[in-house]
Design a protein around this ligand. Sequence first.
Ligand code: AHR
Length: 522
Amino acid sequence: MKTKIRTTLIAGSIALLTGFTNPALADPLELSVHADQPGDTISRYLYGQFAEHLGRGIYEGIWVGEDSEIPHTDGYRTDVISALKKLEIPVIRWPGGCFADEYNWRDGIGPRDQRPVRINTHWGWVEEENSFGTHEFMNLVELLGSEAYIAGNVGSATPREMAQWLEYMTADNNTELAGLRRANGREKPWKVPFFGVGNETWGCGGHRTPAYYTDLYKRYATFLKAPQDNRPKRVASGGSNENTDWTEALASGVHRDMDGISHHYYTLPTGNWPKKGNSTGFPAEEWISTLHNSMKVDSHLAVNEAVLDKHDPEGQIGIYLDDWGTWYDPEDGHEPGFLYQQSSIRDAVVAALNFNIFHRHTKRLHMANIAQTVNVLQAVILTEGDRIVLTPTYHAFEMYRPFMDATFIPVKFTAMPDYTLGEISVPMVSASAAKTAEGSLVLALVNLNPADSVDVVTALQGFSAANARGRTLTAEAMDSHNTFDDPGKVIPRSIEVKTDGAMLSVSLPAKSVTVIELEEED
Ligand code: AHR
């Protein structure tokens, strides 16, 4: 009965506000936003990046060196740095990935022309010149106003090597390693807030079992020491799907020195590694299967969180989703080992769907790092020579900035129809809301339907909106993307949002990501 009355009230307000015509649904979707029931803080670290020595991710993508003709500041591409600054990136994970477990940090310090050349055995068997090392990364982090998440080598290095790397970065006294850092140009220690103890230890990090790695973790973490005011949170390498063996072994076997367990999850359109699907030119079936597969992260997080709740009811140990994003088949004309791929409106929808899921898990999910920042997998920026293009994924990150460190606000649809194709169904719309420190309300709405717009009418509870500003990211085709010749094809544009204070209505274009900011009435 209550629902019926509310529906009638909402329908009355819609008629007053809009006069919608919905081509697919007879009535608008009804959403309620419960600003009167604030939840946890949405950690800004959910908007982290991951930059590995892989393909053109670091070299060419971020670092061109001081002799480059590409405009740069001390070797960093000026265009890329300026675009990244706008994202207010909270944290960057480096140097890998799989690369981390063969990296010797001593190769990347000292005069650049004396650094050894190695082979990047994981990614294309190319020469790694080591001109980008610890100083170049830590200075990048400072340049971007970001924080460092270092991935240490458990796969092929000793605990001593790992411990000495941390000492090199953080020592504030007169040790030999602090002196070496100073001699290499850095007087003050850097801040190292996060340190990963290995990467994918079930695979490229050494093919270990959960039990064996749990013991190894304890050994390596024991020696990771730093001055009291600069001790990193230590993150163990965990699992990659709904299997909870890694979380179980680590959470039950490690009783100190562990602040987080990493989890990795990649979205493949087909779910099949040998034939993953293409970044563009894909069939409608791969639009929906991609979104469907991506949303599986929700249940992966939930089952692993349940294990942590059992062993760590105080909630000290977080999940670090420090590799996530779409992974497609290699693009024609690009070295397959470089993992270069286009990013279309589908990727922006994937990103936004993930953000909405992450917000709901923010209590246990302490960090997420998209793979990867530039030119690799679901990149936010692509480069070619001296040109760059911001991908739709970049725009999704930019639009969601107000969610960083905002307070989670629960939302609820009265009913949610599915968008179905063949055997697969996904919810038509995904939503998330939060209240910012400045007191405004931010609402994100994602229309998963690639063909039809959908009208949404929202009842605001515990919040009276003075005005509403909305932007939407949408495109004509399911694979619309920005190119070096047409960089402005998929960019956010203003969208009309109507509000009478307690209600708001908006029409979401097909395949779109919309973020609305509402200021509270005085
Ligand atoms: O991001 C590419 C690779 O994916 C990373 O090196 C590894 O951690 C994961 O398998």
